[in-house]
Design a protein around this ligand. Structure first.
Ligand code: ADP
Ligand code: ZN
Length: 809
């Protein structure tokens, strides 16, 4: 009986592909397995979704080339989840499953070259020409490596300098053809070097002596890379020693190194208070019941939600179940990961995109094999390959970082709730400032509600003072990056020897560069957005596409030389604080200063230990951290987000202010918060100042209901984009006609209109906003639109569908 398998291949198409199963794979289960398959001219890694005994068009069917792992990468529940994500978010099925698989560390894209008729003719011609140039001689030499039967891989070509580039040139001239292949790579191992004890030879020079001492008396066997660095020698020295038999080198799998961040840590021994115990007792009941439930843990900042999470994980493990803890930021995987590991040891794995591929793959497979039973991670950890899941926690569930802003555009929180439903597990969403959607669900009884209404040990919430920047300016008549009120409050903290944090939610030194003479703003060449000035690098940079230039001396439009910078970012605030307080220890946390896990640990660790007095940063500093000696939090330009044409602007502002205010006064010292704004009377700012979530919710929910926005309406954003503005316009018009019939089925279609970012990465962009009280109707309209595009040959990359967008900006 022939066998066929439906394979999800990572291409932007909304279907799977049928492949034949070769006889060599008889008896192998293919569902959930990663396979290598030929696709067009390439080889790709896909995953088996279903087997069958019939195929649509047997004559054109290709065979699976290779099976990758000994066990299925995806358990059956995850296959079901993948289908749901693909359907709900109208995302290509192959790309959706690609997001669920481990990084492909064991394979490498390679190219295989073979010679063409034209190539053979050219080689003959060169052979017959008596005098040829050096270049031609090199070409001839390369072409002569080929006969009709052999092909040569790029890996082999790379051994001779320049050969690969030359081969590519010959491909462009039609003398060679190249095919993409996948090659296995042995990178799961590292080379270890040791000194051969039986060797009686003596080192010939200083370098060799250094190596011997390191490998014998000082350290013992070392990874080769470390040895090269420590001994400060070149590879050739090592090769020489290996050849002469003094060194022995072998391969070992890479294993997790001990991280001092974890090992030097003693977790606090907290006894749960009444509210925490009550919440945990409820969660225990749900976990014991062993069926799906979703709940919101609404706890003010500093109410000790983390302790409840830990207890909930304990409950799940004690029932033989597994657990996932999602956090919104890589930085938080450090804090939360450490606490969870301190409690549950080796059973914990950490997964996030900041890990090197090798490390991520290692952790992923540890989870898949069942060695780790608790996963702490960011968004994509919702797809952690655990089986028998009993609990999924989503900390700070309102965060927009749970939404993936590329295909598949899923929301990790909503996916977590759906996964919990599939697994019969408990979904626990925690927040001090729940999203409107989640709180609405809790009020409507769809989610259970647990409340922690006060801070641990009844510590007071910090006092919030709103600083009216208009009045500040009237009084002091100068514009500084932070207000005089905030400056003097920081001075007090420095004297008291407590700590201060300053949040400024913009990277860079200045937001934009403007010509005083004609008013033009220096814009990105590829995007309709102002370039941000970064002083340390002396560049104007686009935060969307990475385009950058030196700051021009003259206006690009009118040539006047009166260019000046507008708006202060984190880099400027940092510099200003150092000027004002030359003796203070100032550190900055934003994507310009920290990029790696190590750097995060350094900055946050130093602040936690009291080695830093003032921490300046973007929203990275706002979330979740628990610092005990912070008594002042300042928010510079708190109303930045309010200026955006976005229905979530007020919600975002309220959340950010409440979150950052929650960083103050968490220890035994009480805290104060200063919020700088030009709109002191705005309700988002007023309610945040009072830290009154319920009143904010009621006001905001009223607007959302009246204006038909989530949670009262399902929303989708459809973008049409192309390099050529004519195409973008034509396709938008076509789509508009396609949407028309759906208006009668309860889908309101707004647009097409120029998108708020009308140009991005050289693409012109038009936008539709679709709203419907019925999600099913919305889904039909979106699927209909994509079918329409496929039929009209509108490229699938030109249309972006975003279901439940976190922003319309
Ligand atoms: P949040 O609700 O803001 O996430 P955390 O979980 O970070 O709050 O807890 C805030 C602080 O309170 C932490 O330092 C934690 O160790 C401490 N804590 C938690 N529970 C208790 C308790 N029952 N008694 C005393 N301290 C506690
Ligand atoms: Zn740009």
């Amino acid at each position: 009986m022939p066998r066929y398998c439906e394979i999800a291949v990572p291409v932007p198409l909304r279907s799977t592909f049928t492949y034949a199963v070769p006889a060599a794979l008889d008896g192998e289960e293919l569902v959930g397995r990663r396979v290598v398959v030929p696709f067009g001219k390439r080889a790709m890694v896909g995953v088996g979704l279903a087997e069958s005994e019939v195929a649509p068009d047997v004559s054109r069917i290709k065979e699976i080339a290779e099976l990758m792992d000994p066990l299925p990468a995806l358990p059956s529940k995850l296959i079901e989840l993948g289908h749901w994500v693909s359907r709900y978010y109208v995302a290509p099925v192959g790309e959706t499953f690609r997001a669920m698989l481990p990084p492909e560390i064991e394979i490498r894209q390679d190219r295989n070259y073979s010679i063409t008729g034209a190539g053979r003719a050219y080689a003959r011609q060169l052979a017959d020409t008596p005098e040829i140039t050096d270049q031609e001689a090199a070409e001839r030499k390369l072409l002569e490596r080929f006969d009709d039967a052999t092909s040569v891989s790029s890996a082999r070509l790379r051994r001779a300098p320049g050969a690969e580039a030359l081969a590519e040139k010959l491909v462009r001239r039609g003398c060679l053809v190249a095919r993409e292949t996948l090659r296995r790579r042995k990178s799961r191992a590292q080379k270890i070097a040791a000194w051969r004890a039986e060797s009686t030879d003596t080192p010939a020079d200083d370098a060799e002596t250094r190596i011997r001492d390191l490998l014998t008396t000082e350290r013992g066997p070392l990874p080769l890379t470390l040895l090269l660095k420590k001994a400060n020698v070149s590879r050739s020295v090592i090769a020489r020693l290996e050849k002469s038999g003094m060194l022995q080198i072998w391969e070992e799998p890479v294993t997790a190194a001990e991280d001092p961040w974890d090992t030097d840590f003693t977790p606090p021994a907290n006894v749960l208070n009444a509210e925490q115990s009550q919440a945990l007792a409820e969660i225990w009941r749900w976990i014991v019941a062993g069926e799906f439930s979703a709940a919101l843990l609404h706890g003010v900042t500093g109410s000790g939600k983390t302790e409840v999470y830990l207890g909930a994980v304990e409950a799940a493990l004690s029932r033989g179940k597994t657990a996932i803890v999602l956090v919104p930021e890589i930085a938080l995987t450090l804090w939360v990961g450490r606490l969870v590991r301190a409690r549950f040891g080796d059973r914990v794995a950490v997964l996030h995109s900041g890990l090197p591929d090798i490390e991520r793959a290692r952790e992923w497979w540890r989870v898949r094999r069942g060695e780790a039973r608790v996963v702490v991670g960011t968004r994509s950890a919702v797809f952690a390959p655990l089986e028998n899941v009993g609990l999924i926690i989503v900390d700070e569930e309102q965060e927009s970082s749970y939404k993936q802003e590329e295909t598949p555009r899923y929301n990790g929180r909503d996916t977590a709730v759906y996964r919990a439903r599939l697994e019969g597990a408990v979904a626990l969403l925690g927040s001090a400032t729940p999203s409107l959607e989640t709180f609405h669900n809790a009020r409507a009884g769809k989610y259970k509600l647990l409340t922690l209404s006060s801070r641990v040990e009844n510590r007071p919430l910090a006092d919030v003072r709103v600083v009216d920047l208009r009045e500040e300016f009237r009084r002091h008549h100068r514009a500084a990056p932070i207000s005089e009120s905030l400056r003097s409050a920081i001075a007090v903290r420095l004297e008291e020897r407590t700590q201060a944090m300053v949040l400024i939610n913009r990277r860079g030194y200045s937001w934009s560069m403007l010509c005083r003479s004609c008013g033009v703003v220096v814009q990105c060449e590829n995007c309709s957005i102002a370039l941000t000035y970064h002083k340390s690098r002396q560049r104007l940079e686009c935060h969307y596409c990475g385009y950058s230039i030196r700051p021009p001396k003259h206006c690009p439009k009118c040539r006047a030389e009166y260019m000046y910078f507008v708006g202060d970012g984190a880099e400027r605030v940092d510099e200003y604080l150092r000027e004002q307080f030359p003796h203070a220890r100032v550190a900055r946390l934003d994507r310009d200063t920290v990029r790696t896990k190590r750097q995060y640990q350094q900055v946050l660790g130093a602040f936690a230990k009291g080695e830093v007095d003032i921490l300046v940063g973007t929203q990275m500093v706002a979330k979740g951290h628990d610092f005990q000696r912070v008594t002042l939090v300042g928010v510079a330009a708190a109303d930045l987000a309010l200026g955006r044409p976005d229905f979530r602007a007020a919600e975002r502002t309220f959340q950010l202010l409440t979150q950052v205010a929650g960083r103050a006064g968490r220890g035994e010292l009480s805290g104060e918060v200063l919020v700088e704004t030009y709109y002191p009377e705005h309700y988002a700012i007023q309610h945040a100042a009072r830290q009154d979530y319920i009143s904010f919710y009621e006001k905001e929910a009223h607007f959302r209901r009246v204006l038909h926005y989530p949670p009262f309406t399902a929303l989708a954003n459809v973008l049409v984009r192309d390099r050529k503005v004519e195409n973008a316009i034509r396709w938008s018009r076509a789509l508009a006609t396609c949407f028309e019939p759906f208006e009668k089925q309860g889908v309101k279609v707004l647009g097409p209109a120029a998108a708020p970012l009308a140009r991005l990465r050289q693409d012109y962009r038009f936008q539709f906003v679709l709203k419907s009280p019925q999600r099913a109707a919305l889904g039909k309209a979106l699927a209909g639109a994509l079918d329409f595009c496929a039929a009209r040959e509108i490229p699938s990359t030109a249309v972006i569908v975003d279901v439940d967008p976190t922003s319309l900006f």
